[in-house]
Design a binder for this molecule. Structure first.
Ligand SMILES: Cc1cc2nc3c(=O)[nH]c(=O)nc-3n(C[C@H](O)[C@H](O)[C@H](O)COP(=O)(O)OP(=O)(O)OC[C@H]3O[C@@H](n4cnc5c(N)ncnc54)[C@H](O)[C@@H]3O)c2cc1C
Ligand SMILES: *[C@@H]1O[C@H](CO)[C@@H](O)[C@H](O)[C@H]1NC(C)=O
Ligand SMILES: *[C@@H]1O[C@H](CO)[C@@H](O)[C@H](O)[C@H]1NC(C)=O
Ligand SMILES: *[C@@H]1O[C@H](CO)[C@@H](O)[C@H](O)[C@H]1NC(C)=O
Ligand SMILES: *[C@@H]1O[C@H](CO)[C@@H](O)[C@H](O)[C@H]1NC(C)=O
Ligand SMILES: *[C@@H]1O[C@H](CO)[C@@H](O)[C@H](O)[C@H]1NC(C)=O
Ligand SMILES: *[C@@H]1O[C@H](CO)[C@@H](O)[C@H](O)[C@H]1NC(C)=O
Ligand SMILES: *[C@@H]1O[C@H](CO)[C@@H](O)[C@H](O)[C@H]1NC(C)=O
Length: 625
């Protein structure tokens, strides 16, 4: 959502004539900035033979690894925070966008490519891999480049009965994942990953390192679910660990249409959100060949669950709540919670049993060409609507499409919508993740698959959340809106259209936090009404001649990025001089400077002068002490 905004803060979208120069300047800046030369060994430019393998290493969606995809000028793989600080500084200085990558799972590739034609640098946190678990306090510090399975393994190594409630896919990067919420097997019991973050180390746009104490409360709120790549670069997270039994139970029961799949799915909708919190209920739906007739296609619904308890406890529970499924002991397996993630990540796969615990196995949306979307369901979908949906899965493009339904309720009903940026809480029966993927040789026809996905999404409109049609920020979907860098008012109005889909009413607060970053790093945009500016070609421009886009960008886009500002024309705000500063609207950054001066009233006498200022413009208001 905001990455474009953050990006503007860090940099510019201004084309500098000689495009070969920025990377040289950037490298030079880096070497100056990091007192010793160690950082040079962590930078891959397009000339480097490892460049493309490093770029692709964590790219999960191959749709963004084709020759036509914009690539970074350089990839920096920092080992320490000060490497990131140097990279952020030099990007700002030389007008390059920053893309931060942790695990590279962004559905739209935003951590390693750019939808806009602007020069950018990838800061890849692949080397920030430490996890420190404190068993007594049930906390852990984890760096952003750590994958969730590394996190779960390290916790399990220290304690068999501690866990962390985040996502399922083993290769997810903690950095992007927690930035957008993060749900998995424990979310009905303990909430999202982001709900369980108790501190963080963040590098802000100025390159400063902040933690919970030193950052503003709103910023700490925003980074826990407000979307990756927006508010700074999170170096590390402090997590509250949660209790799990040493063994949990998992099962998968598969039903085709011939085995009443439609009825079961229909029934599940009204049950899943009422299961005990200890249960993670999901259904993966895909088309398969019929058992009875290999020529014939059918729809298969795979009911996969994890239960925090034993098989003995689960069977009677299912008999009571969902007897139609006919779960038996033989369907169930007991294993550690960490292992159950690996088990569950296979439900999306076509052939699960033989590949259990094989980490090289791909899911349908990792290391492949794919498009995905999300929905939230608040009313059970009628059976005939499902039948219409199945027919879409018989189309050619859907040969390896799937849907994942995940039951809500439990802890999600107890957390207020405003407590964290992630707003999809009470009132949801379940969420849907739609995916379609294809092979390299089919990629010339990618539009075919994309439009299939859009047709399915349109078809579902009457049955899912409305006004707004909600979407999950971690399942980023550029179809629901993008922003081109454009004039600020229009951009805000445009961003709101899809901002409320991801964040509902929290979008306003996020926008304010973001606006706050602007105020901090530039003049309050609202108070700048004109400027005289020298552009890269040496022309002197004012608001009229520079155009609204550039005028928008220079008001907070970071000094040194766009050209040289000669003068600002400010709208002044009348302010009484007394102690009312705390009551000013947030838009006003006010301050008072105290100094000793000669009294204007009585020669030879000194007095104290208070000067108050707005946005650095000082006005005198001398007064005898
Ligand atoms: C195969 C697969 C399975 C998935 N399973 C789940 C699941 O079970 N549950 C779930 O909730 N989601 C799931 N997701 C979605 C996933 O949570 C998001 O894609 C998430 O953003 C991935 O984080 P990442 O670090 O791997 O991705 P990246 O692509 O590295 O980052 C994603 C976004 O965050 C930004 N970012 C990255 N690191 C940082 C940082 N340190 N500080 C600030 N911003 C940063 C990036 O710039 C980018 O905008 C899945 C995705 C895939 C592809
Ligand atoms: C210089 O490099 C070494 C390792 O090569 C590192 O330990 C040290 O912290 C670096 N110092 C600075 C100031 O960059
Ligand atoms: C590529 O970059 C890496 C990291 O900076 C460096 O170690 C390596 O020597 C470079 N290789 C070539 C062929 O330039
Ligand atoms: C890459 O190589 C070309 C040709 O060898 C050279 O002109 C260019 O300056 C190099 N760029 C970088 C960033 O090293
Ligand atoms: C499907 O459901 C009907 C009644 O709802 C039942 O009679 C039939 O046995 C079921 N079929 C299967 C294969 O479970
Ligand atoms: C967990 O389950 C496994 C496999 O069933 C079993 O071997 C192991 O003893 C169980 N551990 C505990 C603590 O119950
Ligand atoms: C800005 O918005 C206007 C109106 O929506 C549009 O015509 C123009 O092309 C946009 N500019 C950019 C750079 O996207
Ligand atoms: C204040 O007065 C002293 C002596 O009268 C003079 O030297 C000094 O320059 C004055 N300072 C200012 C800021 O006018």
């Amino acid at each position: 959502m905001f990455p474009f905004l953050f990006v503007v803060l860090l940099s510019l979208s201004w084309r500098i004539n000689a495009s070969a120069l920025p990377v040289q300047e950037f490298l030079h800046c880096l070497s100056l900035r990091s007192q010793n030369s160690s950082i040079a060994k962590l930078v891959y430019t397009q000339n480097n033979s490892s460049y493309s393998s490093v770029l692709k290493s964590a790219a999960q969606n191959f749709r963004f690894t084709t020759p036509s995809t914009p690539t970074p000028l350089a990839i920096v793989t920092p080992l320490h925070a000060f490497h990131i600080q140097a990279a952020v500084y030099c990007c700002r200085k030389h007008g390059l966008q920053v893309r931060t990558r942790s695990g590279g799972h962004d559905f739209e590739g935003l951590s390693y490519t750019s939808a806009y034609e602007v020069p950018f640098v990838v800061i890849d946190l692949v080397n920030l891999r430490s996890v420190r678990v404190n068993v007594e306090k049930a906390t852990a510090w984890v760096e952003s480049g750590v994958t969730v399975d590394e996190l779960y393994d390290e916790i399990a190594r220290k304690s068999k009965t501690l866990a962390f409630p985040a996502g399922i896919c083993p290769t997810l990067g903690v950095g992007g994942h927690l930035s957008g919420g993060g749900y998995g097997l424990l979310f009905r019991k303990y909430g999202l990953g982001a709900d369980n973050v108790i501190d963080a180390r963040l590098i802000d746009v100025k390159g400063r390192i902040l933690d919970k104490k030193s950052m503003e409360e709103d910023l700490f709120w925003a980074i826990r679910g407000g979307g990756g790549g927006t508010f700074g670069i999170v170096l590390a997270w402090k997590l509250k660990l949660v209790a799990v039994p040493a063994n949990v139970t998992v099962f998968t029961v598969r039903k085709t249409l011939e085995q009443n799949a439609t009825k079961l799915v229909h029934r599940w909708q009204s049950i899943a959100h009422k299961f005990p919190k200890e249960m993670y209920p999901s259904i993966a739906i895909a088309r398969v060949n019929s058992n009875e007739d290999e020529e014939k296609m059918t729809i298969q619904a795979s009911f996969t669950s994890m239960f925090l308890g034993s098989i003995e406890e689960l069977i009677p529970l299912m008999e009571e709540k969902f007897p139609e499924l006919g779960l038996v002991k033989e369907d169930c397996l007991e294993m550690s919670w960490a292992e159950s993630n690996l088990y569950t990540s296979l439900y999306i796969l076509r052939s699960p049993s033989e590949t259990l615990l094989n980490r090289n196995q791909k899911s349908s949306i990792s290391k492949t060409f794919f498009k995905a979307k999300s929905d939230f369901v608040k009313q059970p979908i009628p059976e005939p609507a499902f039948e219409g949906l199945w027919s879409k899965f018989y189309e050619d493009e859907a040969k390896s499409a799937s849907m994942l339904f995940v039951g809500f309720g439990g802890k999600m009903d107890e957390i207020l919508e405003t407590e964290y940026p992630y707003p999809h809480r009470a009132g949801n029966l379940y969420t849907i993740l739609y995916t379609v993927d294809w092979e390299e040789k089919e990629n010339i026809n990618s539009e075919k698959f994309m439009s299939w996905m859009r047709r399915v999404y349109n078809y579902m409109t009457p049955y899912v959340s409305q006004s707004p049609r909600e979407a999950y920020i971690n399942y980023r979907d550029l179809d629901i809106g993008t922003n081109k860098i454009n004039n600020s008012k229009r951009s805000y109005a445009k961003a709101r259209v899809w901002g409320v889909k991801y964040f509902k009413n929290n979008f306003n607060r996020l926008a304010k936090v973001f606006g706050g970053l602007f105020r901090k790093y530039g003049l309050a945009a609202d108070n700048v009404i004109d400027a005289r500016f020298i552009d890269v070609k040496g022309r002197v421009l004012d608001r009229k001649s520079m155009g609204e886009d550039l005028f928008w960008a220079i008001r907070g886009g970071g000094g040194g990025s766009f050209g040289i500002v000669l003068a600002w024309k400010l709208k002044l705000v009348p302010v009484p001089a007394n102690s009312i500063a705390h009551k000013f609207p947030k838009e006003i950054h006010s301050s008072i400077a105290i100094s000793r001066v000669n009294s204007s009233e009585e020669k030879g006498k000194m007095t104290i002068q208070a000067s108050y200022g707005i946005c650095g413009l000082w006005r005198e208001n001398g007064r005898d002490s």
